[in-house]
Design a protein around this ligand. Structure first.
Ligand code: PLP
Length: 438
């Protein structure tokens, strides 16, 4: 099919998501390899965000592709009531890398579903407690429960339908402290407030957090934040759920972001990197204590595509590739280099208010003026307005570099196999294009 044809058909018959349809002009992509993808005119693009922070092994990894092919040829589907070798292999491989104590898994096909399962599991386990504490600046998925637990502006679009029992608290976003305080003099008022909320709300089943906030601008908490939050959860007998959909799978230079602070969650959810996005996958991992509870209780959850043999075949292959490529150490080395290059950019450009991140997971936050005015918000996107940062990201794409951007920030998160030269290529083009925001 000619590229003009498939571009037109896609535009007409598929929804462009999280946007108005008018103005959507999707680029027609025909192939990808390594850290690059190619359009129908043969133009090459450096993927500087791993798409939606998920193509962690880059494109065209033969070992992962072959593992998937082998599974397709031997057993493409069998209902979740049956045992299959691919299911056992995935579980065994995961046990090797999961934070200590997480021993049982529910497999779905997305991060959204992983969080839906986590919340249902927590509520079943903790009943009659049912409330879930989440943060305003968060994203946990797009369906009923997960969007209800999401705090960012996108949540408002479905406000009349939100799930009962969600309690929101401020986030540790020190660059724009929601409490108007300054770290460390604040004494971590935002996390201490969570203790107050739990004690006064009562019936709280769980706290759900992204250890490092992702789509809402890569917010890395101060070092005491997560250990204190975990202690507060324990003291109040509330489950601690880590949403590692974006932060997991080596993105931060360790298998999991919670490992950076030595946190052992009761439930961990993940997706994206679990198959390096070669096939859809979502994982909800729970502690032995929670798993044991369901020995004699009804686990009231499931999907036709749960624990799909083909999806699961990717998991051990991905883990093998990380080992073969010594990827966690590579991420640490490349992360240090990327952080230096981003700091240089910040020194050079007035419009950069903050750069923050860890490993290969970074945000560049842009500001209009010295009062830190953002270039736009999700409200603008809802009204169909492109912010200046959107426009600059579109121009950058024309120059051959793709970044996943928010209304006033870029997320810089290349595939974990990226090299120094490729980092330089991305940084140099960003350097040129953001002059327009200065
Ligand atoms: N949780 C986090 C932290 C995410 O970043 C995302 C997606 O970006 C999700 C959940 C939802 O995952 P999915 O898009 O696979 O449903």
């Amino acid at each position: 099919m000619a590229s003009e044809d498939f571009g037109r058909i896609v535009r007409e018959h598929l929804f462009g998501t999280w946007r108005r349809q008018r103005g959507w002009e999707p680029l027609s992509v025909i192939k990808a390899d390594g850290v690059y993808f190619y359009d129908s005119q043969g133009r090459r693009y450096l993927d500087f965000s791993s798409q939606l922070v998920n193509v962690n092994l880059g494109y065209g990894n033969e070992n992962v592709i072959n593992a998937i092919k082998r599974q397709l040829e031997s057993l493409q589907y069998i209902s979740p009531v049956f045992a299959a070798e691919t299911r056992a292999r995935a579980a065994k491989a995961l046990l090797e890398i999961m934070p200590e104590g997480l021993t049982k898994f529910f497999f779905s096909t997305s991060g959204t579903e992983a969080n839906e399962a986590a919340i249902k599991t927590a509520r079943l386990y903790k009943k009659p407690a049912f409330k879930i504490v989440v943060r305003y600046r968060s994203y946990h998925g797009s369906t009923f429960a997960s969007i209800s637990m999401t705090g960012d502006y996108r949540r408002w679009f479905v406000e009349p339908h939100t799930m009962h029992g969600v309690v929101r608290v401020p986030e540790p976003y020190c660059y724009r402290c929601p409490l108007g305080l300054k770290y460390p003099e604040c004494g971590l008022a935002c996390v201490n407030y969570v203790d107050y909320v739990i004690k006064n709300e009562k019936n709280v089943a769980a706290i759900l957090v992204e250890p490092i906030t992702g789509t809402n601008g890569v917010v890395v908490p101060p070092k005491e934040y997560l250990p204190t939050l975990k202690r507060i959860a324990e003291e109040n007998d509330v489950l601690f759920i880590a949403d590692e959909v974006m932060t997991g799978w080596g993105r931060v230079g360790d298998w999991w972001a919670v490992n950076l602070w030595g946190i052992k969650p009761d439930i961990l959810t993940t997706a994206k990197g679990a198959s390096a996005s070669y096939v859809p996958i979502g994982i909800t991992a729970v502690s032995k204590k929670i798993a044991d509870y369901f020995e004699d209780e009804f686990f009231a959850h499931g999907h036709t595509f749960e624990a799909h043999p083909v999806s699961l075949s990717a998991i051990p292959a991905v883990i093998e590739e990380y080992k073969r490529l010594d990827l966690l150490n590579h991420v640490k080395a490349m992360g240090e280099y990327l952080s230096r290059r981003l700091e240089e950019l910040k020194d050079k450009h007035r419009s950069i208010g903050d750069v923050r991140g860890v490993g290969l997971f970074w945000a560049i936050e842009f500001i209009k003026d010295s009062r830190k005015t953002p270039f736009g918000t999700y409200d603008d996107k809802y009204r169909g307005l492109a912010t200046p940062v959107d426009r600059v990201a579109a121009e950058l794409l024309k120059m051959g570099v793709y970044v996943y951007n928010g209304p006033s920030w870029f997320i810089v998160a290349p595939p974990l196999i990226v090299t120094r030269e490729q980092i330089d290529e991305g940084i140099e083009k960003i350097d040129q294009v953001i002059k327009k925001l200065d």
